[in-house]
Design a protein around this ligand. Structure first.
Ligand SMILES: Cc1cc2nc3c(=O)[nH]c(=O)nc-3n(C[C@H](O)[C@H](O)[C@H](O)COP(=O)(O)OP(=O)(O)OC[C@H]3O[C@@H](n4cnc5c(N)ncnc54)[C@H](O)[C@@H]3O)c2cc1C
Length: 403
């Protein structure tokens, strides 16, 4: 028997609890604390990749009330190419998805304390003292373990002095098309044109399955390095929406940060681990739901091992994750982000959009986005041949009408 405080009841925290129960942790050992009251809004495109869909299916089955897409399309001024997935990808309004996940924890007997804003965690001789502000004022309690699942702006990572990754900035709003039929509602569109405007990231157009509404989309832009101002990102989104044929439904365009994983991010102190975005998410596309579910599976398994061994330390917690398929995938995405959002961005954009074998794999419908890491050697070899034939692309600026 151990007491485990999970700070944050988003997909990372809820999935951690559900995986921990599956690993054999007793529900009475787990407490989830969240500053919000659920269902709570969460700024998010709400799109799962095929991989994330499969993980959610395994964890919970298919929650009702969502939408489905079939693939992705990567675009930029150089052209576009489809990424066909093996099967459907689910899409949710995040208030609904997160509430469903948290309710599954409650149904399984996990205690959930809402409206508890954790203000700090401190090591003690037997674990961690967790302090929070709630309806009953300031309170604190001792726990054997703390799981930081408190997202991009969480307090646990900082309080524990763990090294974080790059923090990006995203803005997003709900839109409706001016004319029907221009955009395929079974596709998630990722447009790397912001790079041409000095924003190291991409713009997105995703269908939005808002409960009780139809014909809505979410548009936004990710600045994967956090270098552009919020107003520049909002202006970019408005211009992008206008040229893509959308009219804004939301009164305002809202913004929220993202915290990206890198091989250098730290996630463990004795008696404390991070999971989900608190540790870090995909730095290329900012995909966070699938990593939250997947990191939490790894985290719950490792914590159960430590509980069984009666030790507060998890040897090689970060290194062990890097060796999992999910860890290898995040590392691959991190490498691509370093290239595409770095000083040689134009060159790597030309590589991405000119890579014949990658496009062939992406269109095949046999691979999964976020699983290309397993083909890294074949991808590199085939591209080396292409470079021998055609030369290495230049890093000269790309004009908007380059295609
Ligand atoms: C604009 C935007 C669009 C995005 N679109 C997508 C997308 O389409 N697909 C995708 O996969 N990802 C997307 N993401 C990323 C995704 O939303 C996150 O990575 C994902 O929510 C991470 O899950 P999490 O559980 O780790 O953190 P969160 O979902 O952020 O959950 C953290 C929880 O912790 C709670 N919390 C925070 N601080 C405290 C505290 N001090 N005390 C108590 N509780 C606390 C919060 O209330 C919250 O419930 C997007 C992000 C943004 C900003």
């Amino acid at each position: 028997m151990a007491s485990i405080a999970i700070v944050g009841g988003g997909p990372g925290g809820s999935a951690f609890a559900l995986w921990a129960l599956r690993a054999g942790v007793a529900p009475g050992d787990l407490v989830i604390l969240d500053k919000a009251a659920f269902p709570r809004p969460k700024l998010c495109g709400g799109a799962l990749t095929f991989r994330g869909t499969e993980t959610l299916r395994e964890l919970l089955g298919q929650p009702g009330g969502g939408g489905e897409t079939r693939g992705l399309e990567f675009r930029c001024a150089l052209g576009s190419f489809p990424v066909r997935e093996r099967d459907v990808q689910w899409l949710y309004d995040r208030a609904l998805l997160d509430d469903t996940l948290l309710q599954a924890c409650v149904d399984a007997g996990v205690e959930v304390r809402e409206r508890c804003q954790v203000t700090g965690v401190e090591p003690t001789s037997s674990g961690w003292r967790v302090e929070w502000k709630g309806l009953a004022g300031r309170q604190h309690e001792g726990f054997d373990w703390v799981v930081g699942a408190d997202g991009a702006r969480g307090v646990v990572r900082r309080a524990a002095g763990l090294r974080g990754g790059i923090v990006g900035r995203l803005v997003e709003a709900v839109y409706e098309p001016v004319e029907a039929g221009r955009w395929d509602p079974t596709t998630l569109y990722f447009d790397f044109d912001p790079i041409l405007d000095g924003i190291p990231g991409y713009g997105w157009i995703f269908p939005y399955p808002k409960p009780g509404a139809t014909g809505l989309w979410k548009l936004g832009v990710m600045d994967g390095r956090g270098v552009a101002s919020g107003s520049a990102l909002k202006a970019w989104t408005e211009a992008y929406a206008a040229r893509s044929g959308f009219r804004r439904v939301d009164e305002k365009i809202a913004g929220w940060p993202e915290h990206y994983w890198s091989p250098k991010t730290e996630a463990h102190r004795p008696g404390l681990i991070l999971t989900g975005e608190a540790w870090g998410i995909d730095p290329l596309l900012g995909e966070g739901i699938a990593p939250a579910l997947e990191i939490s599976r790894y985290a719950a398994g490792r914590l159960k091992e430590a509980l069984d061994a009666g030790t507060p330390t998890i040897p090689g917690y970060e290194r062990g994750f890097r060796k999992t398929p999910e860890g290898r995938n995040l590392k691959f995405q991190w490498r691509l982000a370093e290239m595409l959002y770095g000083p040689q961005a134009y060159r790597w954009l030309r590589v991405l959009f000119g890579h014949a074998y990658m496009k062939q794999l992406a269109a095949a419908g046999t691979e999964a986005y976020g699983r290309l890491a397993q083909h890294v050697f074949k991808l590199a070899r085939s591209y080396a041949w292409q470079v021998l034939r055609e030369g290495f692309p230049s890093n000269a600026p790309i004009e908007r009408d380059a295609a």
